[in-house]
Design a protein around this ligand. Sequence first.
Ligand SMILES: Cc1ncc(COP(=O)(O)O)c(C=O)c1O
Length: 429
Amino acid sequence: MGSGPGDTVREHVLWNPFANMAGLAGRSVTIVRGEGCHVFDGEGRDYLDALASLWYCNVGHGRAELADAAAAQMRQLAAYQVFEHYSNPPAGELASRVAALAPVPGAKVFFTPGGGSDAVDTAAKLARAYWRAIGKPGKQISIARSHAYHGMNAYGTSLGGIPANTEAFVPLVSLVEHVAWDDPAALDKTIEQLGADRVAAFFCEPVIGAGGVYPPPPGYLAAVREICRRHDVLFIADEVITGFGRVGTWFASERFALDPDMITAAKGLSSGYAPIGAVIIGERVAEPFWRPGSDLVFRHGYTYSAHPTTCAVALANLDLIEREQLVGRVAALEPVLARHLAPLADLELVGEVRAGTGLLAAVEIAEESRAADPGLAARLVAGLRERGVITRLLRGVALQISPPFVITEEEIGQIAAAFADTFEAAAHS
Ligand SMILES: Cc1ncc(COP(=O)(O)O)c(C=O)c1O
């Protein structure tokens, strides 16, 4: 666990995201190396990474060609800004590549440096700028869903539907409303009550991720898409997790025929080898800004937008995904993962197993067990780690399974076995 000289100093200085720092001393796990679906701590302990880190290491750890791509680009041109009229070859090439992969006709692509949170805030601002540009400045409200996670910048925090993440901060952005995650009628009613002439956009994770991995209820996505179209509200698919293959198609928007006005993406674009996010923008939203003769400027951007080194890494990552046909591999592994996890549903402490949408799954801890024993979830996560599997707790209710695309059936079996063993041991302790 805690390892090596200097660790004590690090534990007291590095402020970990989403951590109880008061309780962390001496319990941090220092990951020093990764290879395939495995990561290793400072003491050489080997863990199966059931998370692909935070849903992003899709091509697996230790891919030297991505390091080579970064080094080659750094030697050529490590970084240069793209404000106003500057560009760089990897950024231009990556934008074309992403636009061609996305199920968004005539797409334009805006790159963000920090990942998904920047992409969400960019899309939210662009939605409002778009309505203003076409003479409907009253359309300013964004709607999101319960259980939603849209990152931690100001807009994303406000859009989030996980109360524990928002209660210390909101309202940050005031013009935000929430609806139940699984109820199209609630969206329809909310837009009607607010007035469609005040609503800019609906933000929707095709598969809810950090909120607990909820695949869309049958018919849900088609219904909310139709409602947005009918009320002339922009549909923004937050594909930060699902984009670039995780549901067995390049984008969930393709699998669920979403025809989004914008897609936000990040993680799988570079498999996390370098931080980068993207907003993929449909023709309608781009048009007022790109129309010949338009003098409009989207006054938004980041110092490291379209950073050449991160774009070069993302290009090498897409090459690798295509060469190894990893998106097809996810589709093939979808039923395998679901089959291995299904028996867990019969265990005493398990409430529900959610799987069946690509390599995305969660094992929910039974509500009565959580209520009776508030320390149970943390013990399950620790128990799994002791058995060599890294997972984490989502929204206080479910354990995440989102392995790298290169996972083998044998490794999926090992994850399922470790879950079964850990839950059984906890039930009888
Ligand atoms: C759906 C979704 N949107 C946005 C984000 C924020 O991305 P980041 O943490 O890269 O800023 C995440 C992160 O997990 C996410 O799952």
